[in-house]
Write a protein that binds this ligand. Structure first.
Ligand code: ATP
Ligand code: PAU
Length: 256
């Protein structure tokens, strides 16, 4: 059994892969804040596993302090931890970033996972992930990563308005076509910004490839934007993928 880790900006997502059983569907999330509690939480999770893992593989976008902390916990558990880094090509995916190593390791693993969900010929794919940050990445029919957007995720957008202005509250709640009070105006604005960015990438991708993309969506922020995305992009085929990053890591292990 091999542990899979997706170390994001706010949370660590943990799963496992078994060579004959594949990837376990259930995923356990651990907050990175407070960081001092992370080792203990991780040890507890490790000791709850039915079989002690022999190795771990992950991606990390949370920086070297977190990476070092995790490496140490896994070393103590006799379970060496390796990191999957973005490359110019890996498995069946090509990386179109100017400097492939600059691409977030989570985005790269998610693209590897995405490609695995489409083993046969497919239209262009747009993968929108609504996490701490939102990323909207395009994979061509030839499985080349063409590039993508980074913007604040829905929660970060709402927080930035509350922190950066004198009068605006931390908003939540349903949207409206014509918001008539402040909370609604903010909630609607945030969802519209997320949806607009997705719409732009889908439209640009349709123009580039001459065929509508399949929109794949993921992340804890998806429920917040789902109604609006489905409304504004009603003509598109939309597919939810629960854990593309861990799917990508499992594919890497499967190929070894
Ligand atoms: N209780 C909640 N607290 C904060 N965000 C929430 C909550 N419920 C849903 N969300 C939404 O989930 C989004 C965060 O998504 P997700 O949990 O996938 O990210 P994350 O795992 O924290 O990100 P990262 O991978 O960068 O650590 C927020 O932008 C927000 O819209
Ligand atoms: C964009 C995030 C924060 C999304 O988690 C992460 O993938 C990251 O830190 N990326 C590095 C920069 C880039 O992908 O261009």
């Amino acid at each position: 059994m091999i542990v899979l880790l997706d170390v994001g900006n706010s949370r660590l997502k943990l799963g496992w892969y078994h060579p004959s059983l594949g990837r376990e569907a259930a995923v356990h999330a651990v907050a990175l804040n407070p960081l001092a509690q992370l080792p203990e939480r991780l040890r507890k999770w490790l000791s709850s596993l039915p079989v002690q893992p022999r190795a771990a593989m992950g991606v990390n976008v949370a920086g070297s302090v977190v990476a070092d902390m995790l490496t140490e916990v896994f070393r103590e558990a006799s379970c060496p931890l390796s990191w999957n880094a973005p490359a110019a090509t890996q498995l069946d995916v090509q990386n179109g970033y100017d400097r492939p190593e600059q691409l977030g390791a989570d985005r790269w693993a998610a693209l590897l996972g995405l490609a695995g969900h489409f083993p046969k010929a497919h239209p262009p794919l747009v993968l929108a992930t609504f996490g701490t940050a939102t990323t909207i990445d395009t994979l061509s029919p030839e499985k080349r990563f063409e590039g993508g957007l980074i913007l604040p995720g829905p929660a970060l957008m709402r927080q930035s308005l509350a922190q950066g202005t004198a009068n605006l509250p931390l908003a939540s709640g349903a949207g409206s076509d014509y918001p008539t009070h402040t909370l609604q105006a903010i909630s609607t604005g945030v969802v519209a910004a997320q949806t607009g960015a997705v719409w732009r990438q889908c439209e640009i991708t349709r123009q580039r490839f001459g065929v509508a993309p399949t929109l794949c969506v993921s992340g804890g922020g998806w429920p917040e934007v789902e109604t609006e995305v489905r409304r504004m992009l009603a003509s598109l085929d939309i597919k939810f993928i629960a854990h593309p990053v861990l799917d990508g890591l499992a594919r890497v292990l499967q190929s070894e």
